[in-house]
Design a protein around this ligand. Structure first.
Ligand code: IVH
Length: 668
C-alpha cells in the first residue's frame, strides 16, 4: 500500500472507530461486536506503525495511553471554574428559590441534574479537535491532564461539528469499575481506594497515562465554558447542544417550573440513588434561563443562580478516645475529638471537629464516651451526640484548659465570643498557622510549602515571621527532612515568584481579621498601594461599598500596630510587590461609552469574539446580558444577527454593527 492509499484507509478507519466508539461509550448503543471493533483498531494501529508520518494526536488509537510525562503543566482557566453553594434541606431550597425569584424580573424555571461524585475537568476543542483537558485546581489554575483524559473513551477526540469550545464536566469511576479495581488491588496486597471519587482523581493525576487507560473512567459533561458561538438562551438548550456535538451528557436531568417540582426530583433521587451505576452525592439545581443567570451573577466563590443539594450525611457509632487542642492563626483554641477509626460513607474517620467549649458542654461530651458521628460531603466529620446509656460512671465532664497548650499564656474568652483565645502575639502556634495561611492558594500561593515543611521551618528556628520566608537560602532548606536539590530549587523559585503577586494576595495573606479574599480584592482595587491603604482612616474605609464598620475597624487597628508597620517595611525591602497589578474600576472614565449601560451581543463577532467583547464592555463599565428587553441600552450586532436584532429594532434600542464597536474601542 502506498502512502496515499494508507492515508485514505487510515482516515476511513478513524472515522469508523470514532463512530463506533461514540455509539458504544456515549449512546450506549453499539452497532458492531467487540471483536469487529478490536479487528479494526488492530488494523489502524498496524497502518499507523507502518506509516508513522500519518500518526496524529486525535487518532482513536491514541487512547491506549502514550508516553509518561515528567511533570504536570499548569493551565490557566480563561473563565474560573467555580464551586456551588450548598443546600441541606427543603428550607434551604425554598430560600434559594426565593432569592432567585426576588433577583429576577421574569418567570424562572430550573434544571435539576444529578451531582456526580467525581472530579471536575475542563475540555478544550479547537475546530472540533480535542486539544486540552485540565483539572479544576483552585478554580483559576488547573493541571494539564490531556494525556490521561484521552484514555477516557466517552470523551470525543473529535466533535460532530468543527466547534472551538471549552466544556466542563465530571470525570468519575463507575461503581463496578471501582469494585473490581479494589478487588484486584486487595489480591495484590495493595492499598485500597476509599471511594470511587478518590480512585478517579488518583487515576487522572498520574504522570503515566497507561494507568488511567486501565481504569475505566467515564464522564458526564454538564456545562459550556469559554465559547464564542451563537448564544443559546437556556441551560437546557446548551445541554441539548452538547449532546449534539457528541458529548456524553447525563440523561436524568429534568426541567422544573416550580420549587415543589425540584423538591420532588430531590426526593426521587434520594430514594433511587442506589440503583445508579455511578455514585452521586447530591442534586445540582440551576436556573435555566441564561439571562436570569446573568442578572443574578456570582459571589466570590459561586454562582447565585445554582445550588447543590447535598444528601444527608451518613452516621456511624464509635468511641471518643481523646480531645486534642490546637491553636489557630487568630489564637482560637479548637478542640478536636480523636476517635477509634470507623468507616463512614466510604472513608475511615479518625478525628472529628468539636468546634468550641460551648458545644462540648451542650452535648456533654466526655473522653471515653460512645458517640454518634456524621460526615457531610467533604466537610470534617462532627460529633452528633453522645450515647449516654453507654457511659461508664467514672467519666469526668471535660474541662477546657486555662492556658495555651502551645505557649502557656493565659487563655481569654472575649466578650460575646464562644471561642477561647491565646492573646500572646508571639505564640509560636499562631505564627506557624499564620504562615500556613500566608502561603496558601488564595493568598501568596507558594507551591511546595505545605504544613509539614512550615512546621519544620519553625522547629529548626529558620522562620518566625512572614518576612523570614524571603530570607531562606538553599543550604538551610537542604537540611530539612525529605527536601532534595530539586524540591529546594522549586521552592525557592516559587517563593521568588510570589514577590510579584498583586496586592490583594498579600492583603489576604496577612490574615487581617474579617479581610477575606473578596474584601482584599476590593481594598487592592480601591487603594492600589499598601501605603495608601495604611494611611486610610475608618471613614475612608467605610465609604467603600461592601466595607462595613466592623471590617473598617479591624483594618485600621491592624495597621496601627507598630510591628505591622515594620513588617510591611521589611517586606518592601525584600522586594515584595505592594501594589495592585490589575485594572481598576476607577480607571474607567465616567464618559466611557459603556458606563452604566446594559448591552446585548448578537450574531458573529469576527474581531473580538463574544467573550472578549463582553470583557471589554465590562471593563469599561457596561453590563452584558443575554436577551433584549426594554432595559437594553445597546445591541451590538455582528454577522447573521437574527431575532435579537429584530426585537431591538422594534423596541427602538440603539444598534451598532461590529465596525462601529471596534472603532469605539480603539478610541478608548
Ligand atoms: S455545575 C458554576 N453540575 O460539583 C457551576 N457541577 O461545587 C459549576 N458537579 O465543582 C458546577 N455534578 O465538580 C455542576 N451536574 C453537575 C455536577 C457538578 C457534579 C461537581 C463539580 C463542581 C461541584 C460543585
Amino acid at each position: 500500500m502506498d502512502t496515499h492509499q494508507a492515508k485514505e484507509k487510515i482516515t476511513k478507519l478513524r472515522e469508523e472507530l470514532n463512530e463506533y466508539n461514540y455509539e458504544y461509550y456515549v449512546l450506549d448503543r453499539p452497532t458492531i461486536s467487540d471483536h469487529e471493533y478490536d479487528e479494526k483498531m488492530r488494523e489502524l494501529i498496524q497502518l499507523e506503525n507502518e506509516h508513522p508520518e500519518l500518526k496524529t494526536e486525535d487518532s482513536p488509537s491514541q487512547r491506549v495511553g502514550g508516553e509518561p510525562l515528567d511533570e504536570f503543566v499548569k493551565v490557566q482557566h480563561k473563565l474560573p471554574m467555580l464551586s456551588l453553594g450548598n443546600a441541606f434541606n427543603e428550607t434551604d431550597l425554598r430560600d434559594f428559590d426565593r432569592r432567585v425569584r426576588e433577583g429576577s424580573d421574569q418567570p424562572v424555571s430550573y434544571v435539576c441534574e444529578l451531582k456526580i461524585d467525581g472530579l471536575a475537568v475542563s475540555l478544550t476543542y479547537e475546530n472540533g479537535k480535542f486539544v486540552r483537558g485540565a483539572t479544576r485546581g483552585d478554580g483559576k489554575t488547573g493541571e494539564d491532564i490531556t494525556h490521561n483524559l484521552k484514555t477516557v473513551k466517552s470523551i470525543p477526540l473529535k466533535l460532530q461539528q468543527d466547534e472551538t469550545i471549552e466544556v466542563r464536566g465530571e470525570a468519575f469511576m463507575p461503581k463496578r469499575s471501582f469494585d473490581s479495581l479494589n478487588d484486584a488491588r486487595a489480591q495484590k496486597g495493595e492499598e485500597l481506594f476509599a471511594n470511587p471519587r478518590n480512585a478517579a482523581a488518583g487515576s487522572l493525576r498520574q504522570l503515566d497515562p497507561k494507568i488511567a487507560a486501565k481504569r475505566n473512567l467515564d464522564i458526564f459533561i454538564y456545562s459550556v465554558g469559554e465559547w464564542q458561538g451563537e448564544h443559546l438562551n437556556a441551560h437546557s438548550e446548551r445541554l441539548d447542544y452538547l449532546k449534539q456535538l457528541g458529548f456524553k451528557t447525563n440523561p436524568e436531568w429534568k426541567r422544573c417550573e416550580t420549587i415543589d417540582q425540584v423538591i420532588d426530583y430531590v426526593k426521587h433521587w434520594t430514594e433511587d440513588r442506589p440503583h445508579l451505576s455511578y455514585e452521586i452525592d447530591g442534586i445540582v439545581i440551576k436556573v435555566d434561563q441564561i439571562d436570569v443567570q446573568d442578572a443574578l451573577g456570582f459571589t466570590a466563590k459561586s454562582p447565585r443562580w445554582a445550588i447543590a443539594y447535598k444528601f444527608p450525611a451518613e452516621e456511624a457509632i464509635t468511641k471518643l478516645v481523646d480531645i486534642e487542642l490546637s491553636v489557630g492563626r487568630t489564637g482560637v483554641v479548637t478542640p478536636t475529638a480523636i476517635l477509634e477509626p470507623v468507616k463512614v460513607a466510604g472513608t475511615t474517620v479518625k478525628r472529628a471537629s468539636l468546634h468550641n467549649e460551648d458545644l462540648i458542654q451542650e452535648k456533654d461530651i466526655r473522653i471515653g464516651d460512645t458517640v454518634v458521628i456524621k460526615k457531610a460531603g467533604d466537610i470534617i466529620p462532627e460529633v452528633v451526640r453522645v450515647i449516654t446509656e453507654k457511659r461508664t460512671e467514672d467519666l469526668e465532664p471535660f474541662q477546657m484548659p486555662t492556658h495555651c497548650p502551645e505557649c502557656g499564656s493565659d487563655l481569654v474568652r472575649l466578650e460575646e465570643e464562644v471561642a477561647l483565645r491565646c492573646i500572646n502575639p508571639n505564640c509560636p502556634a499562631q505564627l506557624r498557622e499564620g504562615l500556613i495561611h500566608f502561603v496558601s492558594r488564595n493568598a501568596m500561593n507558594i507551591d511546595g510549602l505545605g504544613e509539614k515543611v512550615i512546621a519544620q521551618l519553625f522547629k529548626e528556628d529558620l522562620v518566625h515571621t512572614i518576612a523570614d520566608l524571603y530570607k531562606l537560602n538553599k543550604e538551610q532548606l537542604l537540611q530539612l527532612e525529605r527536601m532534595g536539590e530539586k524540591s529546594v530549587n522549586n521552592l525557592l523559585s516559587a517563593i521568588e515568584k510570589s514577590k510579584e503577586n498583586s496586592l490583594e494576595r498579600l492583603l489576604f495573606g496577612l490574615g487581617i481579621r474579617y479581610v477575606g479574599s473578596k474584601v482584599a480584592d476590593t481594598l487592592a482595587q480601591h487603594f492600589k498601594t499598601i501605603d495608601a491603604l495604611m494611611k486610610a482612616d475608618k471613614e475612608d474605609l467605610e465609604a467603600i461599598q461592601d466595607i462595613g464598620e466592623k471590617v473598617a475597624d479591624s483594618i485600621v487597628r491592624y495597621f496601627q500596630k507598630p510591628q505591622v508597620a515594620s513588617l510591611i517595611e521589611e517586606l518592601k525591602q525584600l522586594g515584595i510587590n505592594t501594589k495592585y497589578n490589575g485594572i481598576t474600576m476607577e480607571e474607567i472614565t465616567e464618559d466611557s461609552p459603556f458606563a452604566g449601560k446594559t448591552v446585548v451581543l448578537t450574531g458573529k463577532l469576527e474581531v473580538y469574539g463574544r467573550s472578549e467583547a463582553k470583557k471589554k464592555i465590562e471593563t469599561l463599565g457596561g453590563k452584558v446580558t443575554g436577551s433584549v428587553s426594554k432595559k437594553t441600552d445597546l445591541l451590538i450586532a455582528g454577522e447573521d444577527a437574527g431575532s435579537k436584532l429584530e426585537k431591538a429594532t422594534s423596541l427602538g434600542v440603539e444598534v451598532w454593527d461590529e465596525n462601529r464597536f471596534i472603532r469605539v474601542l480603539q478610541e478608548e
